[in-house]
Design a binder for this molecule. Sequence first.
Ligand SMILES: [Cu+2]
Length: 358
Amino acid sequence: MSESPATTLSRRLLLRLAGIGSLGAAAFAASRAGGAAPGYGEHKGGPHADGKADRHAGHLAGAVGRVTSLDPDPSVYLRSFNFSHLPAAERARFYRETPIADGKLLREYEIYAVDREIEIAPGVFFPAWTYNGQVPGPTLRATEGDRVRVRFLNQGSHPHTIHFHGWHPPAMDGSMPEHQVEPGGEFVYEFDAEPFGLHLYHCHAVPLKRHIHKGLYGVFIVDPPGGRPPADELVMMMNAFDTNFDADNEVYAVNTVAHHHLHAPVDVKVGELVRIYVVNVTEFDLVNSFHLHGMFFDVFRTGTRLETSENTDTLMLCQGERAILETRFRYPGRFMFHAHQSEFAELGWMGFFAAREA
Ligand SMILES: [Cu+2]
């Protein structure tokens, strides 16, 4: 959290190179982008008669330009559960469900680790380690009491594991030296899904902070036996990237791509129940937070109770903590959401909801 002058310099340097942030980067980026309007909002800067960019343009926060590739697309990840974004035939390769006793399901997954470069901000490519080629990994979802069987194949260049949060015996923990799956190897994790709640999974090979922050993490949702009330459901992983490997993050986001939801607001309907599964996996910073403008939400910490414990507009989460948020949009229009750590917001962790009349 505290920054040495050298750290600050490297962050600011990267800001300029990436065209992110509010500190004078706008003029640089506008010239690079052929004068396209930087960032977002109604207040657009433009060239003055003397040819210099309007200094007000520098007041805008947000990534300038767009990433060249959205694969995977954070807007798709947002509402994808158990590979639901894939065509049926392709999905069946990675996810199958089979009825077993007492109305429960056997849920079988194929998860593979693979090295892959991903674009996390315009022009900023990160050499990620991924589950199934995506960061975060696919969202896995079961109902309490279901049997979960995950075939894990390590096609990456380093030893990896999958460590699930939830009840399971030690042999399924994916955390000990003997649990490491060597490149080319595989392992089958199997356990009953419990307790109901919002959990996560991540690699637990050493050094742990490197394996997690490189991208090996995903969301694991366990629904209560009776389910939750119908809602528009969204998954948001608060993550960040140390692009110069100095154990400090340069780019922040929900779902990997800096400021993605400034350009592609999250569509929601006025009056409809919206449920957000928020997980913090941010490495190197002690806390992260979720702040929503113009409204409040109910909080279900770890999702392990059906009664809310809190109603707020700002939620703080340590690494590994998570919470289910529920709210209804009262008014149509744009609502900003972001980390309440201003620096994180300016470095990518900021977006919009766009609420429309149903
Ligand atoms: Cu790993």
